[in-house]
Design a protein around this ligand. Structure first.
Ligand code: MRU
Length: 356
């Protein structure tokens, strides 16, 4: 049995966040121990840790790492430092709401009654436990998403996925890949097509790797091949993850997701978004308000080959995410259940249920 690939693991003995450097997959399996908030910031920015839930978890541990030095100070100093560190880490990537969600939760934890008058070292311990709790909850909610998602699928289906929303993008199990992996355990015999996901190839490097390791029948295709697969009747459902779901159901996910959704509508194929309610941002009314990360031109022009892939100096458009309008989404699968339109209502109810 191959060792499970886990993106984040906190090692208490070493006092370090151990990450699997995803920028080196699939060629090399390299773990890195991070001991400062700055290292965590860089790992998130450079996509060594990536995927909305996984960057939330990494940031929570980063917040702890950033304040633990202050544990010899007064409680008030640690609280000030925490605010500063959280502001800093929240700037690592703008689109996935899980990042700011996790950091806000870390700050809120210190407002609870058991923190009043506590020493700085006690507060630091509380923060570490809170980050571990965020990771554990993410695991549990992904397990629920896998079960919910599988109930939408039939054995033998052809499935299309875009980017990577597998265990590597979460604490465990994944979101969009959860039902596929669970179905594999139960003998569903899915045929999965993984979009390569230009420019950073998360589909080719990570999704194909995760599915292949699990024994799933996976076929890699370039992003521009999805239409022909659908036209040939080889896709019965599309499953994608999400980075931020607005209150009306508009959903940001990896660039290219919108194209898959438009194609799915054309061919009458269900298009499912899977993600935990921590990715739902009710403060964001609709997709036009979601900040879309712009990334360096070199990712498009010369990331993967030794030879240049474009003429020097050409202008490049490289947004990391796009927004799929709610109207193209058949259902949003969360740990609170399968949500259907009107999403203004179903998302608000799911968030409320979660808070109980
Ligand atoms: O830029 P990335 O690799 O972090 O983008 C990841 C995605 O778009 C995923 O689909 C999303 O974060 C959901 S992960 C469960």
């Amino acid at each position: 049995m191959e060792r499970e690939l886990r993106p984040n693991e906190f090692r208490r003995e070493e006092g370090a966040l151990r990450i699997l450097d995803q920028s080196r997959l699939p060629g090399e399996i390299v773990y890195k121990d991070l001991t400062t908030a700055e290292q965590v910031f860089r790992a998130i920015r450079n996509l060594e840790v990536r995927g909305a839930p996984a960057i939330g978890v990494a940031a929570a541990f980063g917040a702890y790492l950033g304040v633990r030095e202050a544990a010899g100070d007064e409680g008030a100093q640690l609280r000030e430092k925490l605010k500063e560190v959280c502001r800093y880490l929240a700037g690592a990537r703008p689109t996935a709401v899980n990042l700011s969600w996790a950091l806000e939760r870390m700050e809120r934890r210190l407002e609870q009654p058991d923190c009043a008058g506590a020493s700085a070292s006690r507060l630091a311990d509380i923060l570490l436990t809170e980050a571990e709790q965020i990771l554990a909850e993410d695991e549990a909610q992904n397990q629920a998403i896998a079960q919910q998602g599988l109930s939408l699928l039939e054995p033998g289906m052809g499935l299309l996925t875009h980017c990577n929303a597998g265990p590597l993008a979460t604490s465990r199990y994944g979101t969009a890949l959860g039902p596929i992996l669970l179905g594999q355990e139960q003998g569903y015999g899915f045929h999965v097509y993984a979009d390569e996901t230009r420019p950073l190839l998360q589909g080719a490097r990570l999704t194909a790797l995760e599915l292949q390791r699990a024994g799933v029948d996976v076929t890699l295709c370039c992003d521009n091949m999805a239409a022909s697969l659908m036209a040939a009747g080889r896709i019965q459902a599309c499953l994608v993850g999400c980075d931020r779901v607005a209150a009306n159901g508009d959903t940001a996910n990896k660039i290219g997701t919108l194209g898959v959704a438009v194609l799915a509508r054309h061919f009458g194929i269900p298009f499912y978004v899977l993600g935990p309610t921590t990715t739902v941002d009710l403060r964001c009314t609709d997709g036009s308000r979601i900040a879309i990360e712009q990334r360096p031109a070199e990712e498009v022009t010369c990331q993967w080959y030794s030879r240049p892939m474009a003429p020097q100096g050409v202008k490049v458009y490289n947004p990391a995410f796009d927004v799929t309008p709610a109207g193209l989404i058949t259902a949003i699968v969360t740990e609170q259940g399968i949500l259907r339109p009107p999403y203004e209502i179903s998302l608000a109810q799911a968030k409320k249920k979660k808070e109980k």
